[in-house]
Design a protein around this ligand. Structure first.
Ligand SMILES: [Zn+2]
Length: 496
């Protein structure tokens, strides 16, 4: 069984989780569930990034300690993931002692190799983004556009310049590591200018102390980004003899938002090269959700509150919309009208109606028992042809294409139902309804990564709770004749 290690960025606990966090994490959860279904040994890591002056300041304003602040805010993310049916294998927090040990150990190791050295940082710093600016960036933050502050402080530098050529050579040999393709241009632009060495400490009390072995300024702590990137190592027990590191490394895919490309495609690979570790197979930078064509912000009043949508329309409808509406690398516009349209057409009319129609016919014409199988015919062919395509789309991190393929199966099943008209007394309804039940069973497996609750509802409606919900279930003809088909509320009540 081959392993599949995937990560999301860990989220900074200075604010409430928003739709962007939900997007990345739902996407990761869908991949984790799909590859688990395919029999891979999946390890899905996410978590929270908890150090830095922003947290320190927010805690001071709230009159609590930074640790209490981090506890409180980190919990918001964990609670939201439970509500969204997101099931990571590990939720890491950068305040965990084991993570801190890994960060200090890496710091010491890189110092010993001359990849970390003392100096003085003179330049601009964006406190909002916790980002050092390079000299060519001027004083405006390239990420948030804010005016930044000039600081001068003793620091340790990471010798990024040493890895400019090795990274360029690596990407030339492995362009597929940078996903989607359109991110490659931005990465190559970054690599076409000289990469200066970067600060990897800050004068900030709320951070991981430098290793005790290094006689350092006691006010310096390890820079929050350096600390955060290393969670991908500590999250799989890097440095522990009997930990999972050996069988898990390197990551098969790491998801990120396109605003943190420099950290993930430049600094992160450089750190790994410095440590002599294999690089991830793929890094995928996805797009942003805009609202009315603009970035969401409190001041514009156009922020989408994820829980509100989940409460109104259901968690599955939200997960579905996020992954079905736009290709994963592109920006999308999150608006309620588009959401309701997609809900009604794809979920209420197509999928929900399909299940409702044939289940009703099985109840009225076959005493609520799945009839005997006959010839699977063209519907079986259609479904079986879709299975490898679905796997291909998921392997390409193409949720949009995956769901498009799934919809062709739903549409084919609805047409089949219309054409075979099993409600007419003169038609032999048994084999037709069997084929529809079997199609729904396979759909419930394939849609589980995106809509876990709906998948469970379809299976229980068909009395199939006991059938394998793993790769053994991805064959035609497993629905047993005689399974009891239950009455149930519509999966997706139509919106007026
Ligand atoms: Zn900024």
């Amino acid at each position: 069984m081959s392993k599949y290690y995937l990560t999301t960025p860990i989220y900074y606990v200075n604010a409430q989780p928003h739709i962007g966090h939900v997007y990345t994490t739902v996407a990761a959860d869908a991949l984790a569930r799909w590859f688990r279904l395919q029999g891979r040994e999946v390890f899905f890591l996410t978590g929270t990034d908890e150090h830095g002056s922003k947290i320190e300041n927010a805690a001071r304003e709230a009159g609590i300690s930074p640790g209490e602040m981090a506890d409180r805010m980190s919990k918001n993310f964990r609670d939201l993931w439970v509500a969204m049916e997101i099931k990571p294998d590990r939720f890491i927090r950068t305040t965990e002692p084991e993570h801190q040990r890994v960060v200090q150990r890496v710091f010491l190791e890189l110092s010993a190799r001359g990849d970390i050295y003392p100096g003085v940082y003179e330049g601009y710093y964006c406190f909002a983004c916790e980002a050092f600016l390079t000299p060519s960036q001027g004083s405006l933050c390239p990420d948030c556009g804010r005016e930044t502050e000039k600081i001068s402080e003793p620091t340790y530098f990471f010798r990024l310049s040493r890895y400019q050529e090795p990274i360029r050579a690596y990407f030339q040999a492995h362009p597929e590591m940078i996903q989607p393709e359109r991110a490659r241009e931005e990465v190559s632009n970054l690599l076409n200018q000289p990469l200066p060495d970067v600060s990897c400490t800050r004068r900030c009390a709320w951070g991981i102390p430098l290793p005790a072995e290094m006689a350092a300024d006691p006010e310096l702590t390890i820079y929050v980004w350096f600390d955060a990137l290393l969670n991908y190592l500590s999250g799989v027990d890097y440095g522990q003899e009997d930990g999972r590191f050996k069988k898990t490394w390197p990551p098969d895919i790491q998801l990120l938002g396109k605003d943190i490309i420099r950290f993930h495609y430049i600094i992160w690979p450089a750190l790994l090269l410095a440590l002599g570790l294999p690089l991830p197979e793929k890094l995928f930078a996805h797009g942003w959700w805009l609202s009315g064509g603009e970035k969401m912000s409190k001041s514009r009043g156009n922020v989408v509150e994820p829980m509100e949508f989940a409460r109104t329309y259901g968690v599955d409808a939200l997960r579905y919309f996020l992954l079905a509406e736009v290709p994963f690398g592109l920006d999308g516009d999150f608006n309620e009208a588009a959401f309701r349209k997609r809900y009604n057409s794809d979920l209420a009319n197509d999928l929900g109606n399909l299940v409702h129609r044939f289940a009703h016919l099985i109840r009225t014409r076959h005493q609520g028992r799945v009839p005997e199988a006959g010839d699977g015919g063209r519907l079986a062919e259609k479904v079986l042809a879709a299975l490898p395509q679905l796997d291909e789309r998921m392997a390409a991190v193409d949720f949009f294409g995956f769901l498009e393929t799934a919809r062709t199966v739903v549409t084919a099943a609805n047409h089949y139902l219309d054409e075979t008209a099993p409600w007419r007394p003169e038609n032999n309804s048994g084999p037709v309804l069997y084929n529809l039940a079997e199609t729904a069973r396979l759909l419930s497996l394939c849609l589980e990564p995106v809509m876990p609750r709906t998948s469970g509802l379809i299976r229980s409606r068909l009395g199939l709770e006991k059938l394998p919900a793993d790769s053994n279930g991805l064959r035609w003809g497993l629905t047993p004749a005689g399974a009891a088909v239950g009455e149930g509320a519509p999966l997706f009540p139509r919106l007026k």
